[in-house]
Design a protein around this ligand. Structure first.
Ligand SMILES: *[C@@H]1O[C@H](CO)[C@@H](O)[C@H](O)[C@H]1NC(C)=O
Length: 336
């Protein structure tokens, strides 16, 4: 007897669970239909509203009024039965599964290369990133700059100017050398590897901070690489002697900082949001400056090297503690 009670109770519970599950499934299945119906309805309303600004409240309320009767008028002219058919069609519409839209490869590596350099490693070793590689000294290359000027900087700006309106979330500006010394000496991993550093890059930090220098070692560049007003001028410090004038031309203001500092070498990542903090015209101005100024290739590149962090929203002196930098940028304070 007791056993049969237990079996009975268990059967009842299972039956109840099955019922509840079916009920929940039904609710879920209904949801998309209801939602799409609602979207359909609100779409017409939204489209008529979006054209006018919130200030025109009176005309707003009149617009939907004038458009709605039109719609019902149409269906009236088609007859009442037609309207019912429409409802039936909505109700019997097949139920589609909905999937959130995930943009694949929403991140890119932008690179400058000489025609003689082999950059196949980018696609093969960093294949989770899209890439666009500009050849700076071959105008027949599929991606190229009009001139070999300012080393990597013209390519970086070419990308922003050409893709300002379709940027991915994260953009890395990277050099063409894969690893090894001396070619990649300034890359912050044991093997000086751009592959290792990109693989470890904390893209969420890039999103949070807007800008991440891929180098955390503070020299060269920190703590005060450029003093535009150093008096007397220091031999060898040619970049800082042209920096103030370049600043005025680049940024169209005279607020030249006393000190500019950032860990060297023009490899960094930025977020789309950060790039869009400036209008396209700003990037076009930088581009024209790199292309057309009368400074040498080297000096142009150096000025840009000590301007990128400012362009992308950082203070003129950007020298975070190296351990903190490794933690933020690579997820490990002892990354190097
Ligand atoms: C430069 O700044 C001045 C004054 O702030 C402004 O009138 C002018 O339009 C700017 N020029 C460019 C090219 O942005």
């Amino acid at each position: 007897m007791r056993l049969s009670y237990r079996v009975g109770a268990a059967a009842l519970i299972i039956f109840a669970i099955v019922l509840i599950k079916r009920h929940l499934d039904l609710i879920q299945d209904d949801a998309p239909v209801l939602q799409s119906g609602w979207n359909f309805g609100s779409f017409t309303g939204d489209s008529s509203l979006s054209g006018s600004s919130p200030n025109n409240a009176p005309s707003d309320s009149s617009k939907p009024k004038s458009s709605k009767p039109k719609l019902t008028g149409d269906s009236n002219s088609n007859g009442y039965a037609n309207g019912n058919q429409k409802d039936d069609a909505l109700a019997s519409r097949p139920i589609y599964e909905t999937t959130p839209i995930i943009v694949p490869n929403d991140r890119i590596i932008v690179m400058a290369k000489l025609a003689s350099e082999d950059t196949n490693w980018v696609a093969s070793d960093l294949n989770e990133w899209r890439n666009i590689i500009y050849t700076v000294d071959d105008e027949s290359a599929s991606h190229h700059t009009p001139k070999n000027k300012g080393r990597e900087s013209l390519a970086y700006l070419q990308y922003i100017v050409d893709h300002y309106h379709d940027l991915p979330s994260t953009i890395i500006f990277l050099h063409s050398h894969k690893d090894g010394w001396p070619g990649a000496w300034h890359t912050d991993t044991m093997a000086y590897s751009n592959v290792d550093s990109v693989r470890a890059l904390q893209t969420d930090f890039v999103q949070r901070n807007g800008y991440a220098n891929l180098r955390c070692q503070q020299t060269p560049g920190c703590p005060e690489e450029i003093r535009p007003f150093r008096d007397p001028p220091q031999p060898g410090k040619t970049t800082e002697r042209v920096y103030a004038q370049a600043w005025v031309e680049l940024f169209n203001n005279t607020d030249v900082p006393e000190v500019v500092a950032v860990a060297c070498c023009s490899q960094f990542a930025v977020s789309k949001e950060q790039v869009l903090q400036r209008p396209l015209e700003d990037y076009q101005r930088y581009y024209d400056w790199v292309l057309n100024n009368r400074l040498s290739d080297d000096l142009t590149a150096h000025v840009m090297e000590y301007s990128w962090h400012i362009i992308f929203g950082q203070e003129a002196v950007y020298c975070p503690d190296a351990y903190q930098c490794y933690q933020d940028v690579y997820g490990n304070p002892y990354f190097w």
